[in-house]
Design a protein around this ligand. Sequence first.
Ligand code: TRP
Length: 409
Amino acid sequence: MNSERVFSGIQPSGEIHIGNYLGAVKRWVELCDDHDAIYCVVDDHAITVEYDPSRLPAMTFDASLATMACGLDPEKCTIFVQSHVPEHTELTWLFNTVTPLGSLFRMTQFKDKARNALQRKLTRKEGGAMKTAIHNLKTLGGEALEGLDELKKDLDSLDPDTRDDVAIGETVARMNDRMGNIMQRLQVGLGVAEASTALFGYPVLQAADILLYKATLVPVGEDQEQHLELCREVAQRFNKKFGEVFPVARRIKSEAPRILGLDGKSKMSKSLGNHIGMLDSTEEITAKLKNAYTDPQRIRRSDPGRPEICNVFSIHGFFTEPDVRDELAQGCRKGTIGCFDCKKVLAQSMDAELAPIRDRADHLRRHKGLVIDALDAGRQRCSDIASQTMEEVREVMGVGHGVFAGLGK
Ligand code: TRP
């Protein structure tokens, strides 16, 4: 076995779709052959946004089941649930001490999620909420602008040649207050004031996930590159301050960097409803593909199409044999094969890959113990590794009950 350790995580926030599968899980399965692979269902990450605690256990279970149905074999890799190994959260706290706020503020996923939550609030139609929200936003924005004017005056009044330390001190203190007030208002406008601290710290928890096991390879989609950069920054800052403890992890790219949804516009995602679920039935797949976006210039069947810009054709690339694909492309260009037929072929080739996965999922659902036992074995193995790493970390940081050993009695 290759000595390099692979670690990756998946959120239990709903069904796994073909975007998750092609972008990540399929690669996870391949990596089991020659790596020490650890895969985690990240429930501690899922609770950083609004969620229903009564439904979370079933969702965590379903996500675990789905990864096994997709081909993760607990004999060949380690599968576990994040919150079952509490060291993840302990290490997160310790990592918080070496994580600059500025690095977290740059994270685009945090900004996106915060903005989306604000937008949902703004567009909620009931009870004039929208009116109030817009009124508040305008007031805040106005106050921030006034603050900027005042700030400018203070800045202009700062004279580098003056000898009056007291006056400078007062101006600087006033500026600092103004900047704080402006920032508070901007935070509300960005939606980040209402976001949870846990959502802000999400990437630190992700760094802890990876580094708790000293993993060096992380198979995730390109949308996670920024989080991995943060993971590297945390490891480097930690090592610099406390000594070489952590390796530097890098992303393993998948063959499918970006899977567009059936709307052909945004990344495939469950929340946008533009996805095909890994466990969708033959009928559901067919029905969803029927409405999928194709070459917009192709209105009639006889119109010559452009497979190279057609999203349905690009999905064929992952499921359909090359010779069949070539035939479809030719027929599309000549206007002899219509989108309807092309989608029918895609439904068939997708179904061929998904049917065995569905069968495995059915089997696991009838034998839940298989999933529960796999997760339990995973928890035990991960707990062992985690407790070793934490002993090392606590010692170099000078915390934990072991630290008095050196003091004598
Ligand atoms: N943030 C990742 C995602 O949304 C999930 C994740 C959590 C993860 N912890 C991880 C991925 C550790 C890789 C390694 O896809």
